[in-house]
Design a protein around this ligand. Structure first.
Ligand SMILES: Nc1ncnc2c1ncn2[C@@H]1O[C@H](COP(=O)(O)OP(=O)(O)OP(=O)(O)O)[C@@H](O)[C@H]1O
Ligand SMILES: [Mg+2]
Length: 166
């Protein structure tokens, strides 16, 4: 089984995959972990309970983080120091207005070498920086449908680095 659905000849892929359960969401996060590079901004989009934090947990575990992965719903950002780069996990669900992004001084985290994973980015628009890559999760039956949307060359290059599991 491939992480992303590939054409028969493998020359092109549709960047979408069905995730049957929580373990599959974590496994996708782990695959994405291997494709990260410093400074990437990734939006994780999808409704409440779509699996955005679950994906982030799989990603962080794959990068060697052993502790809990808390939802940043109340703290707005959870920082992680991992070997190759810092990683910042954001959640703006509780914003009443997007100006809270500016009031909290969160721009400082972006445009550095840190990787930014953002849940509920739409609540901080237009102030939150645009993503290199958007990962959308949608409830589909008992599982989730995941679709990736690169927004620029960096995002597209990240997608192509997501390898099939060996
Ligand atoms: N592929 C999947 N199939 C079925 N259930 C899943 C899948 N991935 C994650 N879940 C479950 O979805 C639930 C919600 O996940 P999670 O907290 O990651 O969502 P979220 O998108 O971060 O939500 P929120 O917007 O509230 O932060 C969890 O109980 C998790 O086990
Ligand atoms: Mg969440």
């Amino acid at each position: 089984m491939s992480v992303l659905n590939h054409d028969a000849d493998d020359s092109a892929f549709a960047p979408e995959v069905y995730l049957a359960d929580e373990t599959a969401t974590e496994a996708f996060g782990a695959a994405l972990a291997g494709a990260l590079e410093a400074g990437l901004v990734i939006w994780l989009t999808g409704e409440l309970g779509a699996g955005k934090t679950t994906l982030t947990r799989g990603l962080l575990r794959a990068l060697g983080h052993e502790g809990n992965v808390k939802s940043p719903t109340y703290t707005l950002v959870e920082p992680y120091a991992i070997s190759r780069f810092s990683l910042y996990h954001f959640d703006f669900y509780r914003f009443n207005s997007s100006e809270e992004f500016l009031d909290a001084g969160l721009e400082e985290y972006f445009g550095t070498t840190g990787v930014c994973l953002v849940e509920w980015a739409e609540k901080a628009a237009p102030y939150v920086p645009q993503p290199d890559l958007e990962v959308r999760l949608e409830v589909s039956g008992a599982g989730r449908m995941l679709r990736c949307q690169p927004h620029n060359e960096r995002g597209a290059a990240c997608l192509t680095r997501i390898q099939k599991p060996r």
